[in-house]
Design a protein around this ligand. Structure first.
Ligand code: PLP
Length: 434
């Protein structure tokens, strides 16, 4: 009996190991796969200053696959017509594709209802919308809003504006010198006075992946809604809004391989239904009379005027594209790039990585001793490399580290290990120049 048990355990283990190995090989991208992906992004195949372009500024905006570029061009060539406004063939067709895009986003983030997906101009627009309508309805003198020290200006200023108007206060969760939120401090800030918590999922300047599930759970105990800024996470890993149980989530299309000027606000139906409208105009009304106007139901209540319907369609095509590549492969490849770059760059004397959290996305910010970040960025540019320099719209983060800015490399699944080698060599050359 014991003998058969041992054989069975061994067999199970062998199967388990076999499955693990198989699943690893399924996840890694082969050279052919990366070449095929790169061929989909025409912009990558060009020279700047006579050098092959290396694009490491994906945190600022991502490049567009030809599938997105062609879909937009085809739409304008064959279908273009305003949405929700006509009975004619083209208008009905445009409307149907626009609403199909909304369904696509709903499935992508696993929202419970399609009405929970509002098309916006981008992350900034979505945060301003919630700050204004939620703040106007719920903030009173002395109430508090919690954000974190690592927020993008887009998740600071909209809250400051509404807090000033309603005489509410902004409270800040600090981070430690690794760039990790100090959760015990969040515990101390949460109280009966807290009206909303708004935090970034991934820091654009530090790369930290924040423990948003934990934050949401804690806020839930006080019945406080949570807004997640997913501008830097939606393109890197699968997000399930129901599993997270977040109340609002925002992101920008241009950071997830779609067009500029389109974004998404997800909001729980019950919450959005009970909030006032944001902007007034066409599409967001049921009836208009000089005495009284009634408003459209969700999602149109928050889509005043002609929305960027072509952008929404580009977002659907971009989502389909990354789903074809697959998040398993995206995560594996970007992790490989990130680990390799971290190891290589940290081996350079005088180079300091800013943001050394245990849990990071594929973003590396760094400074070079005695060389200004703009000088490094300018020299890298002349070598054909696009990296972001400066404060990355996170001035409080720079203040924390007492620095004027950093150089940031942010990777996408179309980047390669060879490109990182070239970046490493370029930094050594810059160091030698100074
Ligand atoms: N939040 C984060 C974390 C970001 O990185 C950015 C842009 O870089 C934004 C918000 C603002 O995004 P957008 O300019 O697309 O509105």
């Amino acid at each position: 009996m014991k003998k058969y048990l041992v054989i069975a355990i061994k067999w199970v283990n062998v199967e388990f190991i076999k499955n693990e190995i198989q699943s690893y090989f399924n996840r890694i991208m082969t050279k052919q796969e990366i070449d095929k992906i790169r061929a989909d992004f025409p912009i990558l195949n060009q020279k700047v200053y006579n050098k092959q372009l290396i694009y490491f500024d994906n945190g600022a905006t991502t490049q567009k696959p030809k599938q997105v570029i062609e879909a937009v061009s085809n739409f304008y060539s064959k279908t273009n017509s305003n949405i929700h406004r006509g009975v004619h063939f083209l208008s009905e067709k445009s409307t149907a594709i626009y609403e199909k895009s909304r369904e696509c986003v709903k499935d992508f983030v696993n929202a419970a209802h399609v009405e929970e997906i509002i098309f916006t101009k981008g992350t900034t627009d979505g945060i301003n919308l919630i700050a204004q309508v939620f703040g106007e309805k719920h903030f009173n003198e002395g109430d508090e809003v919690i954000i974190s020290e690592m927020e993008h200006h887009s998740n600071i200023v909209p809250w400051q504006l509404i807090c000033e108007k309603q005489k509410a206060k902004l409270k800040i969760i600090p981070f430690n010198d690794n760039g990790e939120l100090i959760i015990e401090e969040f515990d101390k800030l949460l109280s009966e006075k807290t009206k909303i918590v708004a935090v970034t999922h991934v820091s654009n300047s530090l790369g930290t992946i924040n423990p948003i599930k934990k934050i949401i759970k804690k806020a839930r105990k006080f019945n406080v809604p949570v807004l997640i800024d997913a501008a830097q996470s939606i393109q890197h890993f699968k997000i399930d809004v129901q599993e997270l149980d977040c109340d609002f989530l925002v992101f920008s299309g241009h950071k997830i391989y779609a067009e500029t000027g389109i974004g998404v606000l997800y909001g729980k139906k019950k919450l959005l239904e009970n909030l006032p409208p944001y902007q007034g105009g066409g599409d967001m009304i049921k009836t208009v009379d000089f005495e009284k106007t009634t408003y459209a139901d969700l999602p149109l209540k928050y889509e005043a005027g002609t929305n960027n319907f072509v952008g929404a369609i580009s977002l659907m095509v971009a989502i389909n594209y990354i789903q074809t590549v697959g998040f398993d492969k995206i995560i594996e490849h970007e992790t490989q790039l990130f680990n390799y770059a971290t190891k290589k760059l940290s081996s350079i004397e005088g180079l300091k990585i800013i943001g050394t959290a245990k849990n990071k996305a594929s973003v590396i910010s760094f400074v070079l001793e005695n060389i200004h970040n703009y000088d490094v960025g300018t020299l890298l540019d002349k070598m054909g490399m696009a990296l972001r320099t400066g404060t990355h719209c996170t001035q409080p983060v720079m203040k924390h580290f007492n620095i004027s800015g950093t150089i940031r490399a942010s990777f996408s699944f179309y980047n390669t290990l060879e490109e990182i080698d070239l970046l490493y060599n370029a930094i050594l050359r810059i160091k030698n120049l100074f």
